[in-house]
Design a protein around this ligand. Structure first.
Ligand SMILES: [Zn+2]
Length: 199
């Protein structure tokens, strides 16, 4: 049987934190995510995650991972940030998302970019293949996608301890290549018929 093959090209930009505009949305959002990471409750994994989302009103909402002894009741940072936005603004859209994740002993928290990046990290980034690029877990990608109104170009920026001080910039549409979301059921947040409930 002859079958059509549908393909999609995805891309991720990789650069040093120090290459970002210090006043740009990327750094502002990453700083909010880094601050949230410092609050993480992670006594089991010792892996601290902070996330921040930018709302259409230009406000930033952040969240951290909150682990619980049962493990399955753990809240992920990205979910925490999106939910915090909804608490304050009602169902609405995430304009951009930032994530900072690393083991508790890692120094990513200050987001400082050393003038000379670590030689081993440089080598690893140069050899990097797409599957190795750090992204939020599938659970969180789905949660982010829920509040994107089908906008695949919603920016997603990440810093991890593994590749610090490099930053990864992609889109939710590239990270979650074949999404199922509220748009499939005619739902949108903030601008559609089931949008934000301003009262
Ligand atoms: Zn997650």
């Amino acid at each position: 049987m002859r079958m059509r093959v549908l393909t999609k090209k995805v891309s991720v930009r990789v650069g040093l934190i120090g290459q970002l505009d210090p006043k740009g949305w990327e750094v502002v959002l990453l700083q909010a995510a880094a601050a949230a990471r410092r609050q993480a409750q992670a006594p089991y994994s010792h892996f601290l995650v902070g996330a921040a989302v930018l709302s259409p009103r230009g406000r930033i909402y952040s969240g951290c991972n909150v682990e619980r002894v049962s493990y399955t009741q753990t809240t992920h940072a990205e979910q925490n940030a999106v939910d915090s936005m909804v608490v304050q603004e009602g169902p609405t859209v995430a304009e951009a998302v930032a994530v900072v994740a690393a083991h508790e002993n890692n120094c990513v928290g200050n987001l400082a970019s050393p003038s000379e990046p670590y030689a081993e990290t440089v080598r690893r980034v140069r050899r990097l293949t797409l599957p190795e690029v750090p992204v939020p877990c599938g659970h969180c990608l789905q949660i982010i996608w829920e509040n994107c109104n089908g906008r695949r170009d919603t920016p997603l920026i990440m810093v991890t301890g593994e590749f610090y001080p490099y930053v990864f910039l992609t889109t939710i549409g590239d990270a979650l290549t074949m999404p199922f979301g509220p748009e499939a059921l005619g739902i949108s947040y903030g601008s559609g018929p089931s949008g934000r409930r301003d009262t």
